[in-house]
Design a protein around this ligand. Structure first.
Ligand SMILES: Nc1ncnc2c1ncn2[C@@H]1O[C@H](COP(=O)(O)OP(=O)(O)O)[C@@H](O)[C@H]1O
Ligand SMILES: [Mg+2]
Length: 723
């Protein structure tokens, strides 16, 4: 399963007047592509802090005490704000509990969604071009390195040819896009006419003229060819209507004549039909046309066109190309493996080094040198980036600097504390009424910070050891296909220019997609004119405008009433499936995620206490805190009374030594108060941090309320399965 986001050993604290509050205390989890990970826990357990750390929007008084967040070969904890901005909202979007906080109250919602769509497009085109070029040149150099001397020229030629027909393909695609944009604009204009009638006077003749002007700009052979009939038919309809020369709605509230409306509808439907058609495979077509320059392909139906040109490409070019490519891919893989083998002893030595005494300069110099070697261990033809290796340099530099920052700054902190305390005592001694407090000393655990450094090295060590020892190598041909898909996708992204008209249309589509009825009607309304549920839908539309890979939902339904809640959950589920989104869903209510989550992390007092698939956490929960959550879950069907969790979470300025839940846990043993439980595995995918799972612990069952509830849930599940 592909992992899209990895959180490793994240630790976040806050400077407060009462002391340093430990909000997130060393949590790690993976988000898998196309899956929903739910983070569940009571208020204050650190869920929002975790999500804000991922987005790089922690409050000013936050102290990141350690950890890495890997995404797309980058360590989000250690990249510049500039780089973070490209990721935030573009690749990772977030929605909050209160939709109003994400909306501009004085801008209509349509323009807000449109703007969000426009913003992202510029940067992503540049990025795509850069990625395309770097992958292609990497591919070429590896293919050449793997080939005998007499084949060098052949490889140059082959890569050149590939580059040639891909760039011709992007040129064609760009032209096609421009034509389609006019079809789209024409469809929008028709809908606008229908929308305006009855609200303002409409001169049908000149309005329709504008539509036909747009249709005249449909001039790409592939956009016209297959759609000739539909386009002709649409034009005829429009001409016929224009000839009537109707002026409509001089007075208000005049309805569109039925016949006119029907004609407009059919014209619009024809255009939307064209928009919804399968797109030509321009890479294949481009190859075909370079070898059959006089062929007239544009008349063929799209499916036939795609099938024939793809076949020609496979037979004529791809087969021989893949043969050379496989050697290059294998070469790159082996080179990376060999370098990994070489670096392993070095990593061990490095861990030793950071366990001893070292100076800042020396540590940075060593880590830079090591980073160079680590770069050599990266197989750059791997489409899914090896995050730990790519981000090694920035993670190490960050962790080392933090260690020395704290070391160097602690004396200052001591001085501040002494100065302020003295001043306070002086004032009190003079009988002044002192209302302010002194912020307690910020004490860091240097060993902990040292651990952050060695963690990074040891993780890489484990990771490399595993890949050196693993027997099964990926199927070379499958990898070649992956690389080719990657190149095609980037090529297509390079030309996906979004204009204002398209962005507007996309905004309307998004509004429809998130379930806002009459989007045209509502386009120009202000946020206050919508209900809470509708506002949350708008926020979701804005979050989706940039077509992100990851959506973080922080209590998105908490402020909504129950029926609306269910609708929003359903919407999020639908979007996940349709867009292959990866979702982090945060909630204090375990009941909410029953039909949402693939995996669940249960959080308590800044730690993950249980982690597993949704099934495991719901039907075989192992941590007493999860039991308590299950027992307190409102049951919508039976309206059973809740069993609130007794007691309150601990004060996180002084986190407990042992299991933080011990105080509230009626199964607690002596050791729970003394020692942090490790993560005990329950299955390959399920673990819980509770001493109850220790082999020497007395056997204990969840409370009856929980087992009964589980039985009930299971029964319901079976019912559903039978129904
Ligand atoms: N900016 C801040 N300053 C001080 N403490 C904070 C700040 N933000 C969050 N906290 C504290 O961090 C802990 C975790 O908060 P949070 O992640 O918001 O909890 P939740 O799980 O409810 O989302 C809480 O104790 C909260 O009071
Ligand atoms: Mg929260």
């Amino acid at each position: 399963m592909d992992t899209i986001l990895e959180v490793k050993h994240l630790k976040v604290a806050f400077r407060t007047t009462g002391g340093t509050l430990k909000a997130v205390r060393d949590i790690s989890f993976d988000l898998k592509k196309g899956k929903t990970l739910a983070i569940v826990g009571e208020s204050g357990s650190g869920k929002s802090v975790t999500s804000r750390a991922i987005m790089g929007i922690l409050a000013g008084n936050a102290i990141v005490e350690g950890g890495e967040i890997f995404f797309d070969g980058k360590d989000l904890m250690h990249i510049s704000e500039n780089e973070m901005q490209k990721i935030r909202g573009d690749k990772i979007s977030m929605i909050f509990q209160d939709p109003l906080s994400s909306l501009n109250p004085i801008v209509q919602i349509g323009p807000q969604i449109t703007e969000a769509t426009l913003l992202k497009n510029r940067t992503s085109r540049h990025e795509a071009k850069r990625e395309f070029n770097s992958m292609l040149s990497e591919l070429k150099s590896n293919m050449k390195a793997a080939a005998p001397a007499e084949d060098q020229a052949k490889i140059d030629q082959a890569v050149d040819e590939l580059n040639r027909f891909i760039s011709e393909a992007t040129r064609m695609e760009s032209k096609f896009n421009a034509s389609m944009e006019n079809v789209q604009a024409a469809a929008i204009a028709i809908d606008d006419i229908k929308y305006r009638v009855g609200k303002a006077p409409v001169d049908l003749k000149s309005s329709l003229h504008k539509v036909t002007e747009k249709l005249k700009r449909v001039n790409d052979p592939f956009a016209i060819g297959k759609n000739q009939t539909a386009l002709d038919e649409c034009r005829q309809t429009l001409d016929r209507l224009a000839q009537t020369g109707e002026k409509l709605g001089e007075g208000k509230d005049v309805a569109l004549p039925e016949k006119t409306e029907a004609a407009l509808d059919s014209a619009s439907a024809l255009l939307r039909g064209i928009l919804n058609e399968e797109r030509p495979d321009f890479v294949a077509i481009s190859y075909y046309l370079q070898h059959h320059p006089h062929e007239q392909l544009s008349q063929l139906p799209v499916q036939q066109l795609n099938a024939e040109t793809e076949q020609a490409l496979d037979a004529g070019f791809m087969q021989s190309f893949y043969e050379k490519m496989e050697k290059g891919v294998a070469y790159s893989e082996n080179k990376a493996l060999e370098n990994k083998r070489k670096i392993l002893p070095k990593l061990k030595a490095e861990m030793e080094y950071y366990r001893g005494e070292f100076t800042h300069r020396d540590a940075l110099r060593r880590s830079r040198e090591l980073s160079k070697d680590v770069k050599g261990c990266i197989d750059r033809l791997e489409v899914n980036k090896d995050n730990a290796a790519y981000a090694f340099d920035s993670s190490m530099t960050g962790a080392i600097n933090r260690f020395f920052y704290v070391k160097a700054h602690n004396p200052k902190e001591e001085a501040r504390f002494a100065r302020q305390s003295a001043r306070r005592s002086r004032l009190i001694a003079r009988g002044k009424n002192v209302t302010w407090k002194v912020v307690p000393k910020n004490v860091y655990d240097l060993e902990d910070l040292r651990g952050n450094i060695t963690n990074i090295v040891s993780r890489l060590d484990e990771h490399f050891t595993e890949s050196v020892n693993s027997e099964s190598r990926a199927d070379l041909h499958a990898r070649c296909l992956n690389i080719m898909d990657y190149l095609k996708k980037r090529a297509s992204q390079m030309v996906a220019r979004v204009t204002k008209t398209m962005a507007r249309e996309r905004a309307l589509q998004l509004m429809e997609e998130v379930g806002i009825n009459n989007p045209r009607e509502r386009f120009n309304q202000y946020p206050f004119e919508f209900s809470g549920g509708m506002r949350q839908r708008i926020v979701i539309a804005i979050a989706l405008a940039a077509d992100p890979d990851i959506l973080i939902c922080d209590e998105p339904t908490t402020a909504l009433d129950v029926t609306i809640q269910a609708q929003i959950l359903e919407l999020i589920n639908k979007l996940k499936a349709e867009r292959n989104l990866s979702i982090i869903f945060i909630t204090h209510d375990l009941g909410v995620v029953a039909n949402m989550a693939d995996d669940i992390a249960v959080m308590y007092a800044g730690k993950i206490v249980e982690y597993g698939t949704a099934e495991e956490v719901f039907y075989a929960p192992a941590h007493p805190y999860t039991w308590a959550l299950l027992a307190s879950m409102p049951d919508l069907e039976t309206k059973e009374k809740l069993e609130a969790i007794p007691g309150t979470p601990p004060n996180m300025i002084y986190p407990p030594k042992g299991d933080a839940f011990a105080d509230r846990n009626r199964y607690a043993m002596q050791i729970d108060f003394e020692q942090q439980p490790p993560e005990f595995p329950v299955s390959d995918t399920h673990w819980a941090a509770t001493w109850l799972l220790h082999p020497y612990a007395p056997k204990s069952e969840p409370p009856k309320a929980v087992t009964e509830r589980i039985a009930k849930m299971k029964a319901r599940l079976e019912e559903q399965a039978h129904a």
